[in-house]
Design a binder for this molecule. Sequence first.
Ligand SMILES: *Cc1c(COP(=O)(O)O)cnc(C)c1O
Length: 380
Amino acid sequence: MSFEKEIKFIKDIYSYRKTVPLHEPCFKGKEREYVNAAIDSTFVSSVGEYVNRFETMVSDFTGIKYACAVSNGTSALHTALVSVGTGYGDYVITQPLTFVATVNAISYCGAEPIFLDVEKDTLGLSPEALEQFIHRHTTFKDNRLINKESRKPIRACLPVNIFGHACRMDRIVEICSEYNLPVIEDCAESLGSFYLEQHTGSFGVCGTFSLNGNKIVTSGGGGVIVSNNKTLARTVKHLSTTARISAGYEFIHDQIGYNYRMPNLNAALACAQMENLSDFVENKRVLAAAYASFFKDSVLDFFLEPKGCRSNYWLNAVLAEDEKMRDRFLEEANCAGILARPVWRLISSLPMYKNCTADSLETARDFEKRIVNIPSSVRQ
Ligand SMILES: *Cc1c(COP(=O)(O)O)cnc(C)c1O
């Protein structure tokens, strides 16, 4: 078996690149102008007009009332988890098929992840797995969900929108609301993705985005927490700005906060990128449609956006029949200068998380061996 025709197709799409990266940023707007203006203003750090402007742009784009700009997607997750009260000895339910930052943020709170399986169609947390775990392993007492075996509370549920595709968030939120369990959406990869006509991040109590260099829009490094809840929005802003209270010229802090605010210099870049977000999504959706039609005649299956979702197709994925086929494709593609890569190893199998609670993870384990990500940059 050879993947000559697949490789030729990808090379032709990105014929302007000798080596085809998986995902590179695209700066075709006012990036330089805004970054220079930030420098000229001397406001390069955590206060400045671009930070506020960026937050307004995110809020306008997503239709979510409040946005708080922070230093990266990981700090956004950490702040969000703290804001719903996650602390030492708690559990947070999440999925093992994700980038490691999702789970590290749980650890930063002193909490432990519970890994539940993902769905075949969405790659996100399975509502069925969630229900089953709650029924078998928890009790609901004094309005709190408790792990029956360890007696420790489950504090939050953290599903992830993988590669830009939305989880079945309506169902997840419905289940969690029965047990007073806040849902935080890891939307690091899904800025520009909608589910049931609503922007991702608007279903749970809050959502978090990343503006890392490999995401659909970038601020160099950056993140945002979005929420429709005013109290929660205030809390995350307070936590991310060292919990400083307004006291004239004095610096007073009323709790342990974090230095997580997005610098104005990064926000300048972010504003220019946000101006092109709709274009980027369109560009990526056209690419995904081309891939989808091409891979119909391939042994590799192209992963399509799930039902009800209008995906940003941040990172395209194909499914090999088995591990052997995956490895052959990876080998051939990389030799030909196409930097395809396998999906992340399941986080539940990494040394620091291998003893954590998990269900069978059947689908996640199967996908771990078969998913390959293929070049997905916005085409020039
Ligand atoms: C990128 C990413 C993060 C972390 O974002 P950073 O800005 O790199 O800290 C978290 N979760 C997922 C699913 C991601 O893809």
